[in-house]
Ligand binder design. Structure first.
Ligand code: IMP
Ligand code: MG
Length: 194
């Protein structure tokens, strides 16, 4: 087993150069995710909850949220990938289908961010056809100014301005997901790869 090539590994100390500002700190994320967990716990007490999380952007938010939910629940994933040009999403492709039977269940769909809303419109239409008893939407971030599809969240962590953000699960070209805060990516980073 060789050591990883130095050229390929981006050391963490390089990251702040790609980020213009920290939009939401770790402390604010922790506090708000705790509040969301309390709201969800109250609304779903005594119900048979299925959380459907969208891959891959929800991983960090999901892990933090569910560990604070003192509720019996089941978890499943749907994969939707959008082919992107720079930061603009193009065609949506399913990469993982739901496995659990959600018919007659209380479904809570979880995503990292509601942007144009096209991803959530696709996923919620798909789930609605499976006849859940109820279906609600929870997103960590919402960029309402970008909305194209008619969709809104029932639980929102933070409303944010129209800036491309990364960290806490959110990526640009699959990078930066492990940053512990939400940061604004410098436009030159995505403009360079567009
Ligand atoms: P929508 O279909 O335009 O609402 O886009 C939703 C998906 O696009 C999210 O699940 C994210 O994966 C991605 N996305 C949208 N805005 C951002 C952003 O600012 N940073 C990182 N990913 C984003
Ligand atoms: Mg996503």
């Amino acid at each position: 087993m060789g050591s990883p090539s130095r050229k390929r590994v981006r050391p963490r100390s390089d990251w702040p150069e790609d980020i213009s500002t920290v939009l939401i700190s770790q402390t604010r994320l922790r506090r708000r995710v705790g509040e969301l967990a309390s709201e969800i716990e109250r609304d779903y007490a005594g119900l048979d909850l299925v959380i459907v999380a969208l891959l891959n952007g929800t991983v960090v938010f999901l892990a933090d949220l569910i560990r604070q939910l003192q509720l019996p629940l089941r978890l499943d994933f749907i994969g939707v990938s959008s082919y992107r040009e720079g930061v603009e999403s193009k065609e949506l492709v399913m990469t993982k289908e739901l496995r659990l039977d959600v018919k007659g269940r209380e479904v809570l769909i979880l995503d990292d961010i509601l942007d144009t809303g096209r991803t959530m419109a696709l996923v919620s239409d798909k789930i609605r056809k499976l006849k859940p008893r109820s279906m609600k939407i929870c997103v960590l971030l919402d960029k309402p100014s970008r909305r194209l599809a008619k969709v809104s969240a029932d639980y929102t962590g933070f409303e944010i301005p129209d800036k491309f953000v990364i960290g806490y699960g959110l990526d640009f070209a699959e990078r930066y997901r492990n940053l512990p805060f939400i940061g604004v990516l410098k436009p030159r980073i995505y403009e360079a790869s567009a």
